[in-house]
Design a protein around this ligand. Structure first.
Ligand code: NOJ
Ligand code: CA
Length: 651
């Protein structure tokens, strides 16, 4: 019998270097699909790819393959700072050059990279014979994952951006768009996370079930309803599917960084930082951001905090509420914020000089409230103002529910928002300034290229304590938000029972956060007098904990239930272990077999006492010291809402 094959019907397999992951690419009847297998079990069913372009026919039909290119890549990346110094970048790459068979003959490339623990692909659109810029109406990328998978997600397009509690649901119940990274467990028991890498000049990807009940990218729109206006050549961010055998394995998936480019400039000036701040005193009502009797950011308070930082052995001080714009309704008045004019009771030059004399880094603050137009008008001047005063760190903030860009209300995560954040990162790099961005664009690994972007917020942090955080929140983060990089969680609030902001944690757990939640700029967020007068012993751990690690080893955990992780310091032979638990108490057994053979360590342990409880008995802590080696193990208790922190100092 005669069987007719069109030359445009094609099937290809791309195997990961260890062959455990197979990405299957098909071109059938002019349309392209991919599917993914882990150990030959299908984890992503055939999923369509393509674009809708304004004023054009959809770019998804009548396609033919005109060229293919294969390549193997194997390298180890060294990161300047972070959770792991070395990151493998090993993949098999296949680039499929496609062209329309009919009419317009538009061309584009699909580039797949298959890693041992991930599949990534992106679209590359070269200049076309007839046009050099396009407006993207929709990206049609599907992730056809089993509808009976479990998803852990936060909702997209909400007024508080990424600041929501994580929820567990079945994929078939996902009604609205969710942010990426979003994490899944498949019915076959694998853990996946869908995310993106190297997000530049494009709307951020959220995902949503389409009318065929298939998860599809829902690129954050601009206010004109389109997804992005781009000049050609253009490449989309990498669509990234992380794959793991267990929830804990997922937490050290670093492919997102591998998909970003190496820096092109010298960033050896970038240093991670631990800092205190004129900050929590405002949250608990002792001080105010706005000028007045209880104004926080006065010259006098700043000097007192600098003295305290010196005594505490902390290198940095954040100062919020120092500039004009906080009076009255600051969320509304933010449109007029001034980033070079101080309040009358604050003298930046004097404070900066005092800080320099005491070898303390000032962390400056720019709260834009999302009024990007107002901020960009002052950007160069504002960064110069800090730079000339020797300020090398700035915390920025975009607390509004929408951004105001070019006079229009835009989502923080749309193309224009993405471009604004990028502008700040690049300008800061030029001035040798490091950033900690609150209400940020989510992390997509660009810190590899721009290491001066030391941290982001971008999830509910401790500012939501006092009712809106449950103990499970910090047990979700390592498996969800933190897949996108470090977070400024504002850890270390030890005054747990403050009546304004009651913490849903035990004391030991506040120390654990310094290990379980990585941040290149790590805040010790409570007021200095709390550390000095009430918790000098616990503060010893906060002082000692590094902000830059050589290696990270997740030891145990389940999504939303608990997480235990060990990290080795970058600058010494010391190890640190942290653990957090949800509302349940847990007894845990930790094997120390990762410690160096034959070496002896002094373990300083801060753990919940047996009767500790985040509500009833949050301060019940056991502090213990003992000598251990790699053949030893530790048995510890994590109370409901509790945790533990351990320093292992090599003797
Ligand atoms: C929200 C930020 O997350 C917080 O850290 C900051 O203090 C306030 N905005 C005010 O800028
Ligand atoms: Ca915030």
């Amino acid at each position: 019998m005669f069987k007719w094959f069109s030359h445009s019907e094609i099937e290809r397999d791309v195997y990961s270097p260890d062959k455990s992951i197979r990405c299957h690419f098909t071109l059938k009847l002019g349309q392209i699909f991919y599917s993914v297998y882990k150990n030959e079990k299908q984890i992503i069913k055939p999923s369509r790819l393509g674009f809708l372009i304004c004023g054009e026919t959809p770019l998804m039909n009548d396609l033919k393959l005109i060229r293919e290119q294969k390549r193997r890549h194997s390298e180890t990346i060294e990161m300047l700072w972070g959770e792991d110094r070395y990151i493998p970048n090993n993949y098999s790459e296949s680039a499929f050059y496609l062209s329309e068979d009919k009419e317009q003959k538009r061309i584009f490339t699909l580039r797949f990279r298959v890693f041992d623990n991930a599949v990534a692909f992106r679209y590359e659109i070269p200049p076309q014979p007839k046009f050099s810029q396009i407006t993207i109406k929709d990206e049609l990328t599907e992730f056809n994952i089993d509808l009976n998978s479990i998803a852990w997600k936060i909702p997209a397009y909400q007024p508080d951006r990424y600041e929501y509690n994580y929820e567990k649901t079945m994929v078939h119940q996902l009604q609205n768009s969710v942010h990426t990274p979003v994490t899944f467990k498949t019915p076959t028991g694998y853990y996946l996370a869908i995310h993106e890498a190297a997000l530049y000049n494009y709307g951020s990807a959220t995902i949503k079930l389409n009318q065929n009940n298939i998860l599809k990218t829902d690129i954050t729109p601009l206010s004109d309803g389109t997804k992005a206006h781009v000049m050609l050549p253009f490449q989309t961010p990498w669509r990234l599917i992380m794959v793991a055998n267990s929830a804990t394995e997922l937490t050290t998936n670093r492919v997102m960084y591998a998909l970003n480019e190496a820096p092109t400039e010298d960033f050896s000036w970038v240093k991670t930082l631990k800092f205190i701040g004129i900050w929590w005193a405002m949250y608990v009502g002792e001080w105010t951001w706005a000028p007045g009797e209880r104004h926080g950011a006065t010259t006098e308070h700043a000097k007192e905090y600098i003295d305290a930082a010196v005594r505490l052995g902390i290198s940095g001080l954040l100062i919020e509420g120092w500039n004009e714009g906080w009076e009255g309704d600051w969320l509304e008045n933010g449109r007029f914020n001034k980033f070079t004019i101080t309040t009358s009771d604050f003298n930046l030059e004097e404070v900066a000089r005092y800080a320099k004399n005491h070898k303390i880094e000032i962390v400056g603050h720019h709260e834009t409230v999302g009024f990007v137009d107002n901020y960009e008008n002052q950007l160069e001047e504002a960064y110069n103002y800090y730079a000339t005063n020797g300020v090398h760190y700035i915390k920025t903030g975009y607390a509004g529910s929408m951004m105001m860009i070019n006079g229009r209300r835009e989502f923080h995560h749309c193309q224009l928002g993405v471009n604004h954040y990028q502008k700040t990162v690049q300008l800061a790099a030029k001035k040798h300034i490091c950033l900690d961005i609150h209400e940020p664009i989510k992390g997509t690994g660009i810190e590899r290229t721009w290491p001066n972007l030391l941290s982001r917020e971008g999830a509910r942090g401790q500012e939501y304590e006092g009712g809106a955080l449950s103990p499970s929140h910090a047990c979700f983060l390592p498996y969800t938000r933190l897949l996108a990089g470090g977070m400024d969680y504002t850890s270390g609030i030890l005054d747990l029972t403050n009546s304004v902001k009651r913490m849903a944690t035990t004391l030991a757990r506040q120390l654990a956060y310094f290990i379980t939640i990585y941040s290149g700029m790590q805040m010790a967020a409570d007021r200095p007098y709390i550390y000095e007068e009430r918790f000098p012993e616990e503060f010893q751990f906060i002082r000692d904990v590094p902000t830059n690690f050589e290696k990270t080893l997740p030891l145990a955990g389940e999504i939303g239930e608990y997480y235990i992780v060990a990290r080795k310091d970058r600058d010494s032979n010391d190890w640190f272990i942290g653990g957090v638990s949800d509302e349940m108490g847990r007894r845990i057994h930790i094997n120390l077999d990762f410690l160096e053979q034959g070496a002896v360590y002094k373990a300083s342990i801060y753990a919940d006492a047996d009767h500790a409880h985040y509500r009833e008995n949050p301060f019940a802590i056991i502090k213990q010291e003992k000598r251990v080696g790699c053949h030893d193990s530790l048995d510890l208790y994590m109370a409901p809402g509790g945790g533990f922190a351990i320093k292992l100092m090599r003797l």
